[in-house]
Structures are given as structure tokens and as C-alpha cells.
Design a binder for this molecule. Structure first.
Ligand code: FEO
Length: 581
């Protein structure tokens, strides 16, 4: 039976469905969510899936996003008396799944939380009252009666280091949280319509899972040892059942292909110290934008062997400074130092926990080993703001681009190697180079984050409404501020009078530096900066976005605009060949 509860105002609905014997899916449907993980634009909303298994004991797997608090808790109470919940399995601690763990614990005070070691450490800082807990790892099981024996599988890095899968032997259902999910909101509980979901399934894989293909293959190997899997009850989107075989096969094939050429950065930090988790997330997002994978290890809990294996294999190493009192983390860093090679790239950041190990001592050791710094050490002297995280993301992009360059690849997803680039038809490149464009600076502000980008691939696209397209490379940090519905200003540069602005906005900045310092600007009605020295400006909104290989084409409408000098001309960029800007 399917039941639906709803909050019409925000298009939030909840669906409960019996998906297997004694097993209920509680799916929170977030119809209008258009953004995930800052840069991940969504076309079809998303869902947060939680599951209830009722043996002789009762298990709740994951919860929901806080925006569903009332709806979710009411739904849960309509299904059971929460007091009888014996276990809450936390597959992963991102707030879209664990946002209501504290609320559920208040209703179910005798429940024991089962999660990985890292997840429990993180939860302790989220949940204010003490709670019963148990660490679980691969091979651990709980028997909850009526034939339901649940086995756990460690699945680190999918999507954070804390992830576990849970397998119910009776119903042959594997609960995977983020893995095998998709951001696709629909009343259909299952994956019966393959055509409708396949693009979102692939996009989600590319954004969230692909960068950690090796971790996925490891998790899938462990999955194959569990026995028959009849259903994958994921954390986002329709549950995999009708097309389980083909969809898991896709993961296998994509991951094998990806792992062969995988270029990885190892990110080592202490997740529960200072702002380590948020800073690491921002840097990792930046790295992933360039198509480079990131594998994340918590150095306060990982095995030394695991740290060395990743540090030895990764093309780049990022370290969040641990507290000087954390002996395990210090040992982790020493073991890492023993395997880094001088061809690797390094990036260091402070976690701002109040007792950070001094950054310069470690930095000096890496430099002495001949390791190159990909970005200046990120030193955080005050509570990090949104702007700090944005700059950390830019630092991640710098690192990813350098890694790609060192690997002889262009820094975009689906990239070509040097040999392929060289073999391109030179005449064709020259012909393409005859397409000329103007020079522009896109400026935008969202919350406290201001950003800017030099742009030349801009072309008018419609009269009614007045609109144009702009191509934005996928590895630009600004693309997180230019999703459908976002506003910005297009500043037109003036022929013979643009070098200063161009130089300024091409400059690489240290994290935390104000991109607009020293530049004259006013604030547009839509909140974005208008550059005083530009020839003209337009206030715009992104209406549509289309993925095109290494760029996104944005169709934008123009709300208003002005020209400062009636007779001046737009600066134009003439190129020799068409394979660079
Ligand atoms: Fe769906 Fe990583 O949270």
C-alpha cells in the first residue's frame, strides 16, 4: 500500500511503501530542490529515502532532511510507536540522511545508533544528549528476528569516508544510501521506467561516484560476497528493482573504465576537528570539478597502511592540520611523509580547531622532499565564512588543474590526452579559430560569496525576451553560482580600455582574498557587482542550462542594462586556433 503525506506550500511530500516483507520505505520527496553539494544543479528534484524493518526488533535505516522534520516524524509515528525502535542505522552522516537522527533519538531514547567509527564521531558533535551507540564494520551482523539478519559492509568514500551499506539476508535487500542513487523525484517508488531515469542515474554517478571509482569497485566486490541481491534500497531516487542488473552493471563498467585512468588526490584530515570537515568538502568539490578523483581519509582513525597506500598512489596530497595533541594523526602524517614522491603535488590547510599543528613545519618537510605546492597553504585566522569555503573550492580547482596538466591531460571531464590533441586536424583548428567573440566579465554575488569570470563565448540568442548564451567551463568555481534561476551581471569590456580589468580578473588569488578588492563597482538591483570601468552592463538571469562536453551552455535572459559611452566599441578577442580560449 502506498500512503502520501504532504506540505503543499514547499512541495514536500512523503510516501510510505511496503517494499519487502516487514520492510517499509519512507521516502521524503523534495520536488523543487535545485541544488546539491553547492555545484550540483538538479533538474528533477530529489528524494531522501529512509527504511523501517520490523522483525522482533525494529530498525530504522537513515532519516531525512531537516526540512521534512514535521512530516517525517508524523509519518514515522503513524507507522510505529517510535519508542520501540531498537536500532537506528546511520549509513552516512550528511544532513540529508542524518538531519533528523537527534529528533528520532528523542522519540526513541532506548535505540542504539549503529554506524562506522567516523560517522559516530561526527554524530556525537551533532547530537547534544548522550546516546547509545555501536561501531559496525564489514562482516558485523545483527539479528532482529523473523529471519532478518542484517550484515554491514564498509563502503568508505561513497560519498564520504563514513559510509556503510546494510544487507538484510531475509529480503535480499541492500541499503546503500548515496551509492546507486539518483536525484530524481517521482511518485513511482521503483525504477520501472528506465528511460525516464537513465540520464539522472548517469549524471549522479558522474558527479558523486565516478571520482571515487576505485572505492566503488572495492564496495562492489564486498557486495558480491554477500549473496543474492534482489533490491537496492538507495538513499536518493527510485529504488533499484526492475532494472537492478543493468544499473549495477553500469556502475561496474563505468567504474572499471574510470579506475583505469583514474587520477586521484588523497585528502587527509581529521573530520571532527575544527572546521576540517567543511574545508575538506570545499577543497574536494573544487578538485572534482576538474575531473580528478578525491579519496578522503580521516587520519585520526585510519590504518597506517591505508594512509600509505593512498599517499603513494595519489597524484596530489591535501592535508588538513590535525590537533597537535592527536598522536594517531601525527603518526599518520609521518607515515604519509615516508611515501610521498617528488612528482606529487601538495596542498595544506588549517582546520581552525584552536590547537592546529603548525603548518610551516610540515610545509618545510614537503618542500625539502621536492614536493610542489599546488596552492598556498590555507591559513584560517577567523571563523570560516561562505567566502572562505568558496576560496577553498578554488584552491581545489587549482590543484586539480595542475594534476591534470602534470598528467598531460586537459583539465576537463571527458578530456583528451596530448597525443589526441596533437593528432587533431590543424586546418580544422585554424578554421575554428576564426570564430571571434567579444570580451566580457561575468560578476555575481550570492549571500556573502562574490565571484567573477572573464568570458568570451557569449552570443545573443533571442529577441523576445532579450537573451543570450554563455559557455562556462565545467571546472570554473563560478559555475556553482550560475545555476538555473541564479542572477548575475554581464559586464562588456571596451576596446582599447580593458587590459587592467582583464589582468585583475585573471589573477590567481589566495583563499580568503576579496576578488573585487581595488576594483570600482556598484551593486546592481539583482545584487551582483557592476564594474564601473566596463563599457556596458546587463543584469541577467540563467534560464536554462545545457551540458556540452567540457562546458555548460547557459541561456540567460536580460532584465536591464546600460551603456556608459555611446560611441565606444566592444573589445574583441581574435584567436589563431580553436582549441583554447
Ligand atoms: Fe545524500 Fe552524501 O548525502
Amino acid at each position: 500500500m502506498v500512503a502520501i503525506a504532504e506540505n503543499v506550500q514547499h512541495r514536500l511530500t512523503i510516501q510510505t511503501v511496503e517494499i519487502a516483507p516487514n520492510t517499509t520505505a519512507i521516502r521524503s520527496l523534495d520536488w523543487d530542490r535545485d541544488r546539491f553539494d553547492i555545484e550540483f544543479g538538479l533538474q528533477n528534484g530529489t528524494t531522501y529515502n529512509s527504511y523501517l524493518i520490523r522483525g522482533e526488533q525494529t530498525v530504522l535505516i537513515d532519516t531525512s532532511h531537516q526540512k521534512f522534520r514535521q512530516l517525517y516524524l508524523d509519518t514515522l509515528k503513524s507507522l510505529i510507536n517510535p519508542k520501540i525502535i531498537d536500532y537506528i542505522i546511520v549509513s552516512h552522516t550528511e544532513p540529508d540522511h542524518s538531519g533528523l537522527v537527534e529528533d528520532v533519538l528523542q522519540l526513541a531514547p532506548r535505540a542504539t545508533v549503529l554506524a562506522s567509527k567516523i560517522a559516530l564521531q561526527f554524530l556525537e558533535s551533532l547530537v547534544h544528549d548522550p546516546f547509545s551507540k555501536r561501531i559496525v564494520k564489514s562482516g558485523d551482523r545483527i539479528n532482529i528476528g523473523k529471519g532478518h539478519e542484517i550484515e554491514f559492509v564498509s563502503a568508505p568514500n561513497l560519498h564520504w569516508p563514513d559510509t556503510i551499506f546494510s544487507y538484510d539476508r531475509k529480503t535480499e535487500t541492500l541499503f546503500t544510501c548515496d551509492a546507486f542513487g539518483m536525484h530524481f523525484c517521482d511518485n513511482r517508488t521503483f525504477d520501472e521506467d528506465l528511460e525516464a531515469i537513465e540520464a539522472d542515474f548517469r549524471f549522479y554517478y558522474d558527479c558523486l561516484m565516478g571520482p571515487n571509482a576505485r572505492s566503488l569497485l572495492n564496495a562492489m566486490k564486498r557486495m558480491s560476497e554477500l549473496g543474492k541481491i534482489n533490491m537496492i534500497a538507495n538513499g536518493h531516487g527510485p529504488i533499484l528493482y526492475h532494472h537492478l542488473e543493468i544499473l549495477t552493471e553500469c556502475y561496474q563498467v563505468w567504474s572499471q573504465r574510470q579506475a583505469k585512468t583514474e587520477t586521484t588526490v588523497g585528502l587527509f584530515y581529521v573530520s571532527e576537528y575544527g572546521y576540517g570537515q567543511q574545508i575538506a568538502t570545499a577543497i574536494a568539490e573544487g578538485i572534482q570539478k576538474t575531473g580528478v578523483g578525491v579519496e578522503v581519509i580521516d587520519i585520526s582513525t585510519a590504518e597506517l597502511q591505508e594512509i600509505q597506500e593512498l599517499a603513494g598512489r595519489a597524484k596530489g596530497v591535501v592535508i588538513g592540520m590535525p590537533p597537535s595533541t592527536d598522536i594517531t594523526a601525527q603518526a599518520g602524517i609521518s607515515s604519509l611523509l615516508s611515501v610521498v614522491k617528488n612528482k606529487q603535488l601538495i596542498g595544506l590547510f588549517e582546520s581552525y580547531g584552536g590547537d592546529d599543528e603548525p603548518i610551516d613545519t610540515l610545509r618545510r618537510k614537503f618542500i625539502d622532499l621536492g614536493v610542489k605546492e599546488a596552492f598556498s597553504a590555507i591559513r584560517i585566522k577567523e571563523t570560516p565564512s561562505e567566502n572562505t569555503f568558496h576560496h577553498c573550492q578554488e584552491a581545489g580547482i587549482d590543484l586539480g588543474q595542475l594534476v591534470m596538466r602534470d598528467c598531460g591531460e586537459s583539465s576537463t571531464k571527458g578530456n583528451r590526452n596530448i597525443k589526441q590533441i596533437k593528432s587533431l586536424d590543424v586546418n580544422m583548428e585554424k578554421a575554428l579559430g576564426r570564430i571571434s567573440n567579444g570580451l566580457y566579465i561575468v560578476t555575481t554575488q550570492k549571500g556573502n560569496i562574490k565571484s567573477a569570470m572573464l568570458a568570451s563565448w557569449v552570443a545573443q540568442a533571442s529577441f523576445q525576451p532579450l537573451g543570450f548564451t554563455i559557455a562556462v567551463a565545467k571546472d570554473r568555481a563560478i559555475d556553482s553560482l550560475m545555476q538555473v534561476g541564479d542572477c548575475f551581471v554581464l559586464n562588456v569590456l571596451e576596446e582599447g580600455n580593458y587590459q587592467e580589468l582583464k589582468k585583475h580578473f585573471l589573477k590567481r588569488l589566495h583563499p580568503g582574498t576579496d576578488r573585487f578588492a581595488g576594483v570600482k563597482f556598484q551593486t546592481a538591483k539583482n545584487g551582483s557587482p557592476i564594474l564601473t570601468d566596463a563599457l556596458a552592463y546587463m543584469e541577467c538571469e540563467v534560464e536554462k542550462s545545457m551540458e556540452c562536453s567540457d562546458h555548460c551552455i547557459l541561456y540567460c535572459s536580460v532584465q536591464e542594462g546600460r551603456v556608459s559611452k555611446a560611441d565606444a566599441l566592444t573589445a574583441v578577442r581574435h584567436r589563431k586556433v580553436g582549441n583554447y580560449y
